[in-house]
Design a protein around this ligand. Structure first.
Ligand code: ZN
Length: 452
């Protein structure tokens, strides 16, 4: 069961938001003020003790914890019933099977019904249309009440969202998943004294120490695992705070500022509880999707066409409902990641350079594969915003977070802007990338001599 849940989590939790403060000027002001005040407290703490990290932080964070708990308590007007997380993993497959069976039975029952009985049934529906409308309204009202009784605010950005799982439930499940990944990558895990591990550990600790005012920091079991996989340019975090970094992304992050921005983004997903949020939302829509699939199988006359319509319906749901939401959460993690990195005095301008590098790398790889960089914009089919979109969004947020960095008494940033430096070195970087990705060696032969 644990393995089943862990596997299901693998596909659900990691689906990694412009909903947050920057779409809402009021929330933005609130959020920035919150971070700035705490930032000063953290600086005081850093001067006091750098060793007993979590113990010494308790006093400082007491106020924010009380403040946030009070906000959450006053927010709910009805009792919140958290459902066991494993229910989420059986709802979709079980619901689909039931929807198909029930839908087919209704279709066959209708098909085998004599014409006079069909007429009688139609008359019964017309006669009872008021009662049937009441039943439907009651179902929709119940769903509405359930939804609103499970709306809460995200930490830091104070965005309202629907969550049916408690962080504790989710953390426990994520721990199963953590063990599963450790087994999966066992052969490729770097020892903790490896320079790459030391580098990531130093960067992650710097982020944690500078953000002790965030109460969610204390609710996670933060750890770093570096996987020796140069071909994977990625990093991910589990809801419990376990961060996995692949050496592929370490090779792209040419300095600790870029790495700091990457790790801060991953930490933000865990702090904001995006895993539980995504799964909760998916489950809510799943109830309606199961009803729609049952209806499809009842109406569509053939199994093959009903199966195709179900697949098509799922794709539309993904493109129209789930993927845009995933991209919003990614953008929210980018925003909070910038806050976290700025408070830890990292050069957040390097985040723009990192995404520009990623974009350039993609272009070179596409060119090597297809011989052209002219590709259609398929961001709407992805769970993540494109690298260009991320670079642009982060660039537009820099003035706010550079101000925050200044308020945290951070050392002055280098005069040479890393974005300008990247523009100067872009051609060289592109040449090296092309060398790495090229698979065909073009041979040159001398000019054809006369008479040959
Ligand atoms: Zn992410």
């Amino acid at each position: 069961m644990a393995l089943f849940i862990a596997n299901a989590l693998k596909h659900r939790c990691l689906q990694s938001a412009r909903i947050c403060c920057f779409n809402n000027a009021l929330n933005c002001l609130k959020s920035t003020r919150f971070v700035s005040n705490r930032c000063l407290q953290t600086q005081l703490l850093k001067r006091k003790s750098k060793i007993n990290l979590f113990h010494s932080a308790t006093e400082v964070s007491k106020f924010s914890i009380v403040e946030n708990v009070a906000t959450l308590r006053s927010f709910h007007t009805t009792r919140v019933n958290r459902i066991p997380a494993f229910v989420a993993f059986i709802l979709r497959p079980l619901g689909n099977i039931i929807a198909v069976i029930v839908g087919r039975r209704i279709r066959n029952w209708w098909r085998n019904l004599p014409p006079d009985k069909r007429q009688a049934f139609k008359k019964w529906v017309i006669a009872n249309k008021l009662r049937l409308t009441l039943y439907l309204s009651a179902f929709i009202s119940l769903a509405y009440v359930y939804y609103h009784s499970h709306v809460e605010e995200t930490p830091l950005t104070k965005r309202k969202r629907f969550v049916i799982f408690s962080p504790q439930q989710f953390n426990e499940l994520a721990e199963y998943e953590h063990k599963m990944y450790l087994t999966q990558f066992n052969e490729r895990l770097l020892p903790v004294n490896h320079p790459d591990c030391k580098r990531v550990e130093k960067v992650a600790n710097r982020l944690l120490k500078a953000n002790l005012d965030i109460k969610e920091i204390y609710e996670k079991k933060w750890s770093i695992t570096v996987v020796n996989a140069p071909e994977i340019k990625n990093a991910f975090v589990l809801p419990s705070g376990r961060i996995f970094v692949f050496t592929g992304i370490l090779n792209i992050t040419s300095n600790d500022d870029q790495l700091g921005n990457v790790i801060a983004h991953e930490m933000s997903h865990a702090i904001l509880g995006h895993g539980a949020e995504l799964l909760s939302r998916a489950q809510f829509f799943e109830v309606f999707a199961i009803c729609a699939i049952g209806l499809l199988w009842a109406i569509v006359p053939f199994d093959a066409s009903a199966a195709f319509m179900t697949w098509f319906f799922r794709k539309i749901m993904d493109i129209a409902v789930h993927l845009p939401y995933n991209r919003q959460l990614e953008q929210e993690a980018d925003v909070v990641g910038l806050q976290i990195a700025a408070k830890a005095c990292f050069d957040i301008r390097e985040a723009v350079v990192f995404w520009r590098k990623m974009s350039l790398k993609d272009k070179v790889e596409i060119e090597a594969m297809f011989g052209t960089t002219e590709t259609p914009n398929i961001e709407f089919l992805s769970s993540h915003p494109s690298h260009e979109t991320r670079a642009e969004n982060i660039e537009s947020l820099l003035p706010v977070f550079l101000q925050l960095r200044e308020k945290c008494n951070c050392p002055k940033l280098p005069l040479l802007d890393p974005r300008d430096r990247f523009e100067q070195q872009k051609k060289e970087f592109e040449r090296k990338l092309k060398e790495k990705t090229a698979k065909i060696i073009e041979l040159s032969i001398p000019k054809r001599p006369p008479g040959v």
